[in-house]
Design a protein around this ligand. Sequence first.
Ligand SMILES: [Zn+2]
Length: 194
Amino acid sequence: MRLLARLPGVGEKTAMRFALHLITDAALARELGASLVELPARIGPCERCGNLAELSADGQVRCSICRDTRRDPTLLCVVAKIQDLLAIERSGAMRGRYFVLGKLLSPLDGIGPEELPLRSLVAIIRSEAVTEAIIATPPSVDGEATALYIARELSGLGVRTTRIASGIPHGGDLEFADQITLGRALEGRRRIGE
Ligand SMILES: [Zn+2]
């Protein structure tokens, strides 16, 4: 019960409902337990982009989007977190691939530039056919600061850096934006940096 209630979005009432159900369905409880034990060994961050990936037979940890050869290799969409990637995927407006930062610059929380995985991002841009980096960080103070910082860091790499258009309210969360708004924000992206 206490463990279930520690999951995001699961309050005490829901945890109670889960627990009561699992008591009556021992087979489900066993199956769930076994698959949870395996979870960290089978699923991890994609080595290339940081999205969730399943360990494949060849030992590579690449997500399905990075593996998908039909994706446009010239477009790279930079997002703050995996939930934002999933929201943009649902909008269907992104034909390229992604890069998940994992965090945003936040001077108030003591998160400085050295904590962003900029080196991996630059390595992808240098070694792949990326011509446009679309910065899709949220329209918050931290999101804007991160976008400007990345645009500066990418200038001189010969890549066009764009920022998704507003339409998502300031301080809003990409994760909870509807698909049409997200699609429009991507289509209306503008160039930032040099
Ligand atoms: Zn990936």
